[in-house]
Design a protein around this ligand. Structure first.
Ligand code: MLT
Ligand code: ZN
Length: 468
């Protein structure tokens, strides 16, 4: 082992390898606090050649490598599966925005660029990088591609993989594939870029990417609504979609219970409506058109919805500050929930019309089988994606509650699968959902994935313990 560390240090140069216990410990702990497996060392290459050298040396020594970006995975996808043995490969020092093509609307970025920095680079050029997630301040481009992140604008622009035009990837044996093309049309055999997107670092390490951009909207309209049933939430969704689907950039759901967790744990919490409600919607319309009558559209749809009893109350953001305050209520939910105690995260999706049945059945199941667990539902309801999270009973022991996590997830998943849904809509598999993956994905599907994995990484040294 000392030889390997010396060789890696020589290959990666000053600051390229961290071994001090206090420096490497944070790389072993996931954001949710579920795992704490310190790596053997942390490797910090500066370029694809450094990644290739590191992977080659680790492969020769048979040492596993765990790629890590912002370490914001909800399913422990970027931390070692065991303590003291695996190398964490941090892409943090590969953080250049390489190029932006304003005519072709593309951006080329290194893997370690934080998503927010990428969004800002696009904005500075009058464009929009249409990927927005709660962790965007820390999450990095390599991570959001490798996990096929979803988020708030999936409704309009798709998931991370839908933005990927080109990739640069380093394979387990150190081979570098430069596929950094920026073409809208490139129909030349297997779409390798799609193979690596969402592979959770098990097929290769994404070191750079070309992403599709959109034109920056000239105007936004952001509304916060109170409703008294989930059916009404879907009714409101249909009204906005039917009115102007292209302008509907986000349609997010927050249950009353989730908002109550925010009220208790979010600093400076303030509800933008007169009174608390059973259900809330945060929706955003945007337009790139000059002089578009977006505000009139929003007011007209809301007025009809109010008159028809679909919504009880609504507020429209009157300033950029208010818009940010509305979004802060949505984006703080995960953090508030983390502060409230242990929770089992069920990131599930169903066909959108089945969302009311999902919520109803899950609530009844929790009451019957997991007494005291609090259902904290919120999410991207326009995509049928609900974060059906279960928070520990008030005052209960977090460890005791988490001991039943697998059983609770499976009870939720059984309902989800009956409704033709998915047990992981956007968070992926990581270390947390491997049980569900083995249970709910049929043998042929898992076997195809395993063969692809074996073809590219026969010794399974890349991100071991994830997916399979
Ligand atoms: C979100 O949309 O805020 C996260 O994906 C959900 C979560 O914390 O479960
Ligand atoms: Zn989400």
């Amino acid at each position: 082992m000392p030889d390997l560390i010396d060789q890696l240090a020589a290959a990666l140069g000053p600051g390229g390898v961290l071994v001090a216990a206090d420096e490497i410990a944070p790389y072993g702990a996931d954001w949710r606090g579920l795992f704490s497996n310190a790596p053997r060392a942390v490797l910090r290459p500066r370029d694809a050649a450094g990644v290739a050298a590191a992977l080659r040396l680790c492969a020769e020594a048979g040492v596993p490598v765990v790629p890590q970006g912002g370490n914001t995975s909800m399913v422990a996808g970027a931390v070692p599966a065991t303590a003291g043995r695996e190398m964490v490969l941090s892409l943090a020092r590969m953080n250049a925005v390489r190029a932006l093509d304003p005519a072709g609307l593309t951006i080329e970025l290194e893997a370690g660029v934080p998503l927010r920095a990428a969004q800002e680079a696009a904005r500075a050029a009058g464009a929009l990088l249409p990927l927005s997630i709660g962790s965007e301040g820390s999450a990095t481009i390599g991570g959001v591609i490798s996990t096929n992140a979803g988020g708030n604008n999936t409704l309009r622009f798709g998931n991370a993989r839908d933005l990927v035009l080109g990739l640069e990837v380093v394979l387990a044996d150190g081979t570098v594939w430069n596929g950094l093309r920026r073409l809208r049309k490139d129909n030349t055999g297997y779409a390798l870029r799609q193979l690596f997107a969402g592979a959770e670092g098990t097929l290769g390490i994404v070191t750079a990417a070309v992403l599709r951009l959109a034109r920056a909207p000239r105007q936004y309209q952001t509304c916060f609504c109170a409703l008294d049933s989930v059916a009404a939430v879907l009714d409101l969704f249909a009204r906005f979609r039917d009115e102007d689907e292209a302008a509907l950039y986000a349609f997010e759901y927050i249950s009353g219970a989730a908002m109550a967790v925010n009220a208790a744990h979010m600093p400076d919490f303030r509800l933008p409506l007169a009174a608390p409600a059973a259900h809330y919607v945060l929706l955003e319309l945007a337009s790139t058109r000059r002089g578009d009558r977006l505000r009139e559209t929003v007011e007209a749809v809301l007025a009809d919805a109010l008159e028809d009893g679909v919504i009880g109350d609504a507020a429209i953001a009157e300033s950029q500050g208010q818009r940010a305050a509305f979004w802060a209520l949505r984006e703080h939910l995960s953090e508030s929930q983390r502060r409230a105690g242990a929770s089992v995260k069920n990131d599930v999706s169903v066909p959108v019309a089945a969302v009311p049945a999902l919520l109803e059945r899950a609530e009844a199941m929790l009451a019957a089988r997991h007494r005291g667990a609090r259902m904290v539902a919120f999410g991207h309801i326009g995509d049928g994606n609900i974060h059906l999270n279960a928070l520990q009973p008030e005052g209960a022991d977090p460890a005791a509650f988490m001991a039943g996590a697998e059983a609770l997830m499976e009870d939720v998943n059984a309902i989800v699968m009956e409704l033709d849904g998915s047990f992981s809509a956007e968070h992926g598999i990581g270390l947390v959902k491997t049980g569900a993956f083995a249970h709910w994905r049929a043998a042929p599907e898992r076997e195809i994935m395993r063969r692809i994995r074996t073809a590219l990484d026969p010794a399974a040294t890349l991100n071991p313990g994830k997916l399979f």
